[in-house]
Design a protein around this ligand. Structure first.
Ligand code: BGC
Length: 500
C-alpha cells in the first residue's frame, strides 16, 4: 500500500512537471503558431529545392547507374531488368487475348479482340480492389482471389468469345513488382514494393503460382507473357505510335522501361535478338543518389516503411508516399508550432492517414484534392482536414500552409521524375543528337498520379522541357497511354502466342 502511494506521489510529481512544461511549451507555440509553422515550412522548402543544376546532376547519376545496372547483375541499385521483350507489337496481331493487371491497390482483368491493322476491335474489363489483408497474407490467398475473379470474368463472357475446341485462352500477366525474368513467360519475384509484403512469394516464379491458382479455380488459360506495367505501357503505346521508346508509370509506385540496344547490355549472355533490341525494366524506384534532396521526413518515412532502405526515389515521387510526407510535415507543425491548437490531432498520428479516400473502387488522392483547391477560403482543404483528420474550423492561414506544403512536395516529386526521364534520354543519346538528325521521341505515361494530379503532371512536363532545352523539347512528347499496361500485356500475349 505504502509503495503504491509513494509511486503515485512520484508519478504525480512527474506529471505536474510535465504538465507545467507542456503549458509553457504550448504557450510559446501559441504566441505565434503560424510564424513557427512558416519557419518549418521555409526550412522544408529549402531542403526540397531542386534547381536545374541539381536536376542535371541527378539525371547524370541516373545515366551512370543505368550503365552499371546493365553491366552486371547487382552492379547497381538500378536493377535494369531484362524483360525478354525484344519485339514490340507491330499492329498485325489478331485474335482474342486476355490480360491480368496486378500492381497496386486494384487489379483488372481485360479481354481484347485484335483485328490486325493496329485495331483493337473490342475491349472489356473488370476491376476489383485487393482486400488489404491479402496484400500481406499468403501467396495462395492472393492468387486464389485473383484467379476466382478471372473465372467470373470468363464465365460471364458472350459465346462469341468461346474458343474452338482444343484451343486454350492466352493471357498477358502484368505483375508490377521487380521480377527477375528467366523467359518471357516466367520470372521470380525479387522483392515487394508499394505496401505488399508476402514473404513466401519472394524468390518464387509468379507465373507458376498464378497457373496453380487458375488450376484450383478451374480456369484453363496459359500465361504467354509476364510483363511489368511499364513494359505493358511501352507495348501498348508503341501499338498506337511508332515513336514510343520510353514508358513511365507515375501511380501508386513509379518506374520506367525503355528500348535498349542489345549490344549495350553487357550482362546479357543469350543469343542476340534479331531485332537487335531489348526492352529494359529499369525499376527506377530503387534509384538513389547523394544528389537527391532527402529530408528528415523522407528518412523517417523510409525507416517506418515495409521496405526500409529500398525504393528511395519512389518514396519521393510516387502517389503512395506524397500524402505520407505531407502528414509528417503537418505532424511536426502540430507538435512544434501548435498549428492545429494545443494538442496534436490524434488522427494526424496515423500512418498513411493522408493517402487515399476510397468509395468502392473509386479513390481520391487526398493531397491532390487539397492542392487543387482554388476556392477563396480553401473549402476543400478545410473539409479534408475535418473529414479525415477530424480537425475542425481551421483558419485560412492554416489552410494556406497546408497547400504550400502540398506544393513543395508535389513540385519536388514532379521535378525529380523529370530528371529521371532526362537520365533515360541521355542514356539513349536522344538528348544529344545533332540538329538535323533529332528523332521524335514519344514517352508513354500512365498511372493515377500522372492522369489525375494536374499540377504534378504540368510541373513534370514543364521541367522536362526546361531540362532538354527548346531545340529538343520540340521532338520529345509525353502522351497519356490510358490503359496501356493492360492492353500492352494482351498484345505481348498475342506476340508470344503458342499458336504462331
Ligand atoms: C514497382 C515497379 C512498378 C512500379 C509502378 C514499383 O513499386 O517496383 O515494378 O513498375 O511500382 O507500378
Amino acid at each position: 500500500m505504502g509503495k503504491v502511494t509513494v509511486g503515485a506521489a512520484v508519478i504525480g510529481g512527474a506529471a505536474v512537471c510535465a504538465a507545467a512544461a507542456f503549458i509553457v511549451h504550448h504557450r510559446m507555440q501559441n504566441a505565434n503558431p503560424s510564424h513557427k509553422a512558416a519557419d518549418i515550412l521555409k526550412e522544408f522548402e529549402e531542403k526540397c529545392a531542386t534547381p536545374i543544376s541539381k536536376l542535371k546532376q541527378i539525371a547524370d547519376a541516373m545515366t551512370v547507374e543505368m550503365h552499371a545496372g546493365l553491366a552486371s547483375e547487382g552492379g547497381s541499385k538500378l536493377k535494369m531488368l531484362i524483360t525478354y521483350v525484344d519485339n514490340l507489337p507491330t499492329g498485325d496481331e489478331q485474335g482474342v487475348y486476355y490480360a491480368l493487371d496486378l500492381g497496386g491497390t486494384n487489379f483488372r482483368v481485360l479481354r481484347v479482340q485484335l483485328s490486325g491493322n493496329s485495331t483493337i476491335e473490342y475491349k472489356e474489363f473488370a476491376e476489383a480492389s485487393i482486400p488489404p489483408q491479402l496484400m500481406v497474407g499468403t501467396p495462395e490467398a492472393l492468387f486464389d482471389y485473383i484467379a476466382a475473379e478471372l473465372a467470373k470474368f470468363i464465365a460471364d463472357e458472350s459465346e462469341k468469345f468461346h474458343l474452338s475446341p482444343g484451343r486454350q485462352r492466352e493471357l498477358g500477366f502484368t505483375f508490377s513488382f521487380p521480377v527477375l525474368q528467366l523467359s518471357i513467360d516466367s520470372g521470380t519475384l525479387i522483392r515487394w514494393t508499394k505496401g505488399f509484403s508476402i514473404d513466401a512469394l519472394v524468390g518464387k516464379d509468379v507465373v507458376a503460382e498464378l497457373t496453380k491458382a487458375m488450376d484450383r479455380q478451374g480456369v484453363d488459360m496459359r500465361v504467354s507473357a509476364l510483363v511489368n506495367d511499364t513494359v505493358g505501357t511501352l507495348a501498348g503505346g508503341k501499338y498506337d505510335n511508332k515513336d514510343v521508346a520510353v514508358a513511365v508509370i507515375m501511380g501508386t509506385g513509379s518506374n520506367a522501361a525503355y528500348v535498349e540496344r542489345a549490344q549495350a547490355i553487357p550482362k546479357w549472355h543469350g543469343p542476340h535478338p534479331k531485332s537487335g533490341e531489348m526492352v529494359i525494366n529499369m525499376e527506377w524506384g530503387n534509384f538513389r543518389s547523394s544528389h537527391l534532396p532527402i529530408t528528415e521526413y523522407d528518412n523517417t518515412l523510409d525507416a517506418d516503411s515495409l521496405n526500409p532502405g529500398e525504393q528511395i526515389f519512389e518514396k519521393m515521387i510516387a502517389g503512395m508516399y506524397l500524402g505520407e510526407i505531407l502528414r509528417r510535415v503537418l505532424l511536426r507543425m502540430a507538435d512544434e508550432a501548435g498549428l492545429f491548437g494545443d494538442t496534436i490531432p490524434p488522427k494526424l498520428k496515423t500512418k498513411f492517414a493522408l493517402r487515399y479516400l476510397r468509395f468502392s473502387n473509386y479513390r481520391t488522392h487526398i493531397m491532390s484534392a487539397m492542392h487543387h483547391d482554388t476556392s477563396p477560403d480553401l473549402k476543400v482543404v478545410g473539409e479534408k482536414l475535418k473529414d479525415i483528420l477530424e480537425i475542425r474550423d481551421t483558419p485560412l492561414s492554416t489552410r494556406k500552409i497546408v497547400v504550400s506544403a502540398c506544393n513543395i512536395i508535389a513540385t519536388r516529386g514532379a521535378r525529380l521524375a523529370a530528371a529521371g526521364i532526362l537520365g533515360i534520354l541521355k542514356k539513349t543519346g536522344r538528348e544529344s543528337i545533332r540538329d538535323s538528325e533529332i528523332p521524335d521521341t514519344v514517352i508513354a505515361m500512365d498511372g493515377g498520379l500522372y492522369e489525375n494530379y494536374t499540377i504534378y503532371r504540368n510541373c513534370l512536363e514543364n521541367t522536362l522541357n526546361e531540362l532538354v532545352g527548346e531545340k529538343f523539347a520540340e521532338h520529345i512528347k509525353l502522351i497519356h497511354s490510358n490503359d496501356g499496361s493492360g492492353i500492352g500485356a494482351a498484345l505481348l500475349a498475342a506476340c508470344n502466342s503458342q499458336y504462331i
